[in-house]
Design a protein around this ligand. Structure first.
Ligand SMILES: CC(C)(COP(=O)(O)OP(=O)(O)OC[C@H]1O[C@@H](n2cnc3c(N)ncnc32)[C@H](O)[C@@H]1OP(=O)(O)O)[C@@H](O)C(=O)NCCC(=O)NCCS
Length: 126
């Protein structure tokens, strides 16, 4: 099972990516809105393929070459545990070797498992 990571091609891959997001249920449904379409296009977005099946993606934003923030990472439920998430992360490291890369984590155990160091935490500002 070969996993290929590609740069996101907006018109070709948007519908497939939305199918992946729909399959996650209500937790991800805010991303079905049109403004997320724009966000995908304006971000550093990678998609993971097995054959013709889009089975994962990452979306990151470049903060003026100071940092790259990984804001979304998702792997299809049926394809988890095959290092697709890890490959999506490594792709950024390879393409942006001179940048500090940070991830907005919802799953600290996962990133710890990948060997990353924890730096701070996130608060919702009111
Ligand atoms: C988190 C996620 C992206 C991991 O993708 P994945 O491709 O299955 O992960 P990998 O195959 O690269 O996993 C590597 C290792 O981390 C472990 N791991 C995966 N998810 C984990 C989790 N949530 N907590 C702890 N460990 C986890 C795997 O078991 C694997 O360990 P192993 O090598 O001993 O088998 C995927 O589970 C997912 O999409 N979850 C829902 C969305 C989400 O939580 N995204 C992150 C938001 S910040």
């Amino acid at each position: 099972m070969e996993v290929i990571i590609k740069k996101y091609e907006h018109l070709e891959q948007y519908n497939q990516l939305m199918e992946l997001i729909k399959s996650e249920g209500e937790e991800w449904e805010a991303y079905l809105k049109p403004k997320y379409k724009t966000a995908l296009q304006n971000s550093i977005t990678y998609v993971a393929y097995i054959g013709n099946k889009l089975c994962g993606y990452s979306r990151s934003v470049n903060d003026n070459d100071l940092y790259i923030w990984i804001v979304d990472l998702l792997v299809d439920k049926n394809h988890r545990g095959n290092a697709i998430g890890e490959k999506l992360m490594q792709c950024l490291v390879k393409d942006f070797p001179a940048q500090d890369i940070l991830v907005m984590s919802d799953v600290d155990e996962y990133y710890t498992k990948l060997g990353y160091d924890k730096e701070g935490s996130i608060f919702l500002v009111k």
